[in-house]
Design a protein around this ligand. Structure first.
Ligand code: SAM
Length: 222
């Protein structure tokens, strides 16, 4: 498969995932982002793989000037609708349907906060390391890069239930691998958080279990 076919496949996978459900995610902000952003002065933010806009809308509601990017135009349209419903001005939030492997912000803008919540793809794989490396370049001096990811297969997938197409061979990131992928040896950056965090969650069939997140917060030197 060449690069273009892979990109088409990935976009088709996500578009199908959103188009075949009325709503895929909860619409609520991811708790890690809410906790981290609460300690930062509101500025410009970029949400990578913004999905249906739960994080982007929350950031806009908390004074951030937000850009969100996602492959799926259906997801982006839902994020726009959520923003309208929340009364957010167009000038405060811009959601863009694009592939992060190639997308660049207008004028090569840099952001005070670049955040990626669960930027994964189980079936059609993303070149996540390349996207994280590009993302690090979009962080303004003194700004932050927050990467929250699944560090392990959910227990309901481990027990053999099919959930969202988790592939047996999927390699989950660790805090160390995400730091390395984003900023290499870390020169010019300080890792403020790089750890695994367990959390309770409810699975697709109502079962409860413990998920493990990888949480990385990097601050770029001035
Ligand atoms: C697991 S979802 C997480 C969505 C959202 N961040 C959240 O926490 O609810 C991953 C998202 O990444 C998006 N995505 C995957 N690869 C992408 C790429 N190369 N460029 C842009 N978005 C991508 C998918 O469309 C999907 O919405």
């Amino acid at each position: 498969m060449n690069e273009q076919q892979h990109a088409d496949d990935l976009a088709a996978f996500w578009e199908h995932r959103y188009a075949t459900a009325d709503q895929v995610w909860s619409g609520r902000v991811n708790p890690v982002l809410a906790e981290v952003a609460a300690d930062l002065p509101a500025g410009s933010a970029l949400d990578l793989g913004c999905g249906e806009g739960g994080d982007a809308v929350w950031l806009a509601q908390h004074g951030w000037q937000v850009t969100g990017v996602d492959l799926s135009s259906t997801a982006v349209a839902r994020g726009d609708a959520a923003a309208r419903q929340a009364g957010i001005e167009d000038a405060q939030l811009q959601l863009i349907a694009a592939d992060l492997s190639v997308w660049r912000p207008a004028g090569d803008q840099q952001f005070d906060l670049v955040t990626a919540s669960y930027l994964h793809s189980w079936s059609a794989q993303i070149d996540r390391p390349a996207i994280l490396r590009r993302a690090a370049g979009m962080v303004a001096p003194g700004g932050h890069l927050l990467i929250t990811a699944h560090a392990e297969r959910p227990p309901w997938a481990r027990q053999g239930h099919d959930h969202g197409g988790h592939q047996p061979a999927h390699v989950f990131p660790t805090p160390e691998s995400d730091v390395f992928d984003a900023v290499g040896d870390g020169q010019g950056w300080r890792a403020e958080i790089a750890e695994k965090r367990p959390r309770r969650a409810t699975g697709p069939n109502g079962e409860t279990g413990e998920l493990v997140d990888s949480v990385v917060l990097l601050k770029r030197s001035l």
